[in-house]
Design a protein around this ligand. Structure first.
Ligand SMILES: *Cc1c(COP(=O)(O)O)cnc(C)c1O
Length: 450
């Protein structure tokens, strides 16, 4: 009998996170301040706790996971590695398709893998409050849950249009005790500036980041927490790939290709980086980040220093970017609408060590529905990007007869995204290719770095 779910024991939850910086051919490029010089740790200490900053800059290969964090991980980890036998059969492919299912976490996605350690390290550093932003609500709910685990207050600036469109994500955060405000608010200078000019502003992730950072910088008891992009966030997510490697070892398999959806890069890094360690040691494994054609950061952006937010409050990071004032169209995978990408993922992509590809919206939903109808789980629209790419590869295998082993990260379930499935099923969704002129206009405003 072929195993369909490969399980690990609770005792097999990783005890250390894997830091990819240790195996990169070139050290990660440092973030720069407004003066063009690397940002000092002191500047960052205003909004981040010491232990997370250490992780951010660490070159050590392994970093210990504190026991209280593993205790909370035990609520849903280890997550299952599943074989998509019914999908394989429907496709008629000789490929073996595996997926790692991160939707079993309380928040329904991979994001608690980092919100939990972030809350923990803030708590032991004497911080009592966290401020953050959220777009579609996935990160806000993951942090609200984590705050509750360690007794921290959490305030979430939620992009106004999502606040009204996704009321149940808001209730979820409130159930876990977080305060949620529709951004822009009149509680911060950044918010008031926007409202003075555009009283009806629907908000954006960039504006909400500016509000959350301003609050954290102006209150001693409050720090800021970010759900993707930064090195320490990617580090925490490596529990996904570390578990997957143990699970493959149990059944004597190893993937030829690993796929994950890519917004800021955290779940891609989480599943792919532990396999990169083997690749760096000579193993042949392809790592593929999958993004939407409507927000094609890795495939059509430029590799340059840019701000992480719309207002230019954050340090400059060397990454693939579409320009910090890029306004992505409102596609139905809110988690993939960021203008930039993780500097670590960007650097590995630039060096040709990881691959990127972009897939259009309709084909993505088609793949998500096919997955739901064969494997049962309704995927988050973000995750469906990886499913699309994986199915396309499985269909190529059908043509060539190659029995490849494919793995993708099912980063979350889609139970809060049924409005977008509704629109797909009603034939109201469209493909959208971001116009070259719009990308060029946004790139023309990149900050100049000496
Ligand atoms: C947030 C999110 C993503 C995209 O973020 P990354 O940092 O690129 O992982 C993908 N899938 C789900 C389910 C998400 O919630």
């Amino acid at each position: 009998m072929v195993a369909t779910r490969v399980m690990l024991d609770e005792s097999e939850i990783p005890t250390q996170w894997y830091n990819v910086a240790a195996d990169m051919p070139n050290p990660p490029a440092p973030p720069l301040g407004p003066d063009g010089k690397p940002v000092s740790p002191e500047q960052m200490l205003a909004i981040f706790p010491g232990p997370l900053l250490e992780q951010e800059m660490s070159a050590a290969r392994w970093i210990d996971i504190p026991e209280p964090v593993r205790e909370v991980y035990r609520l849903w980890r280890p997550t299952p590695l599943c074989r998509a036998l019914r999908l394989e059969k429907a496709l008629g492919t000789p490929a073996k398709i595996f997926y790692k299912y991160e939707g079993v976490s309380p928040a329904g996605s991979h994001k608690p893998n980092t919100s939990v350690p972030q809350a923990y390290f803030n708590k032991i550093s004497g911080i009592n409050r966290l401020s953050t932003e959220t777009g579609a609500g996935q990160w806000g709910s993951a942090l609200a849950f984590a705050g509750q685990m360690f007794g921290l207050e959490v305030r979430v600036y939620m992009v106004k249009v999502s606040y009204h469109q996704k009321p149940y994500r808001r209730s979820m955060m409130q159930t876990w005790g977080a305060e949620v405000y529709a951004s822009p608010t009149d509680m911060t200078q950044a918010g008031r500036n926007v409202l003075a000019q555009h009283p009806d502003s629907p908000g954006s992730l960039g504006i909400a980041i500016s509000e959350a950072v301003e609050e954290a910088a102006s209150r001693k008891d409050t720090n800021y927490a970010l759900g993707s992009v930064l090195n320490h966030v990617l580090l925490h997510q490596t529990v996904i790939g570390l578990e997957a490697k143990k699970q493959f070892a149990k059944i004597g398999e190893y993937p030829d290709m690993v796929f994950a959806p890519c917004g800021g890069g955290s779940n891609f890094a989480g599943i792919a980086f532990p396999f990169f360690a083997d690749k760096a040691a000579g193993k042949n494994v392809r790592l593929v980040a999958v993004e939407p054609t409507s927000c094609p950061t890795l495939t059509r952006g430029v590799y340059a220093y840019d701000f992480g937010d719309a207002s230019g409050y954050t340090p400059l990071m060397l990454m693939y970017t579409l320009g910090h004032d890029f306004m992505p169209p409102s596609i139905h995978a809110g988690g993939l609408r960021y203008h930039g990408d993780s500097p670590l993922v960007s650097q590995l992509c630039k060096e040709g060590l990881v691959e990127a590809l972009a897939v259009p919206q309709l084909a993505t939903f088609e793949a998500g529905v096919q997955f739901a109808r064969t494997e049962g789980i309704i995927p988050a629209p973000e995750s469906s990007h990886a499913i699309r790419a994986c199915i396309d590869e499985a269909l190529r295998c059908k043509q060539t007869g190659e029995p490849k082993t494919l793995l993708f990260n099912l980063s979350g379930h889609g139970h809060f995204d049924m409005a977008s499935y509704d629109r797909y099923l009603a034939g109201q969704l469209e493909d959208y290719e971001y116009p070259r002129e719009a990308i060029e206009a946004s790139l023309a405003k990149l900050p100049k770095v000496a």
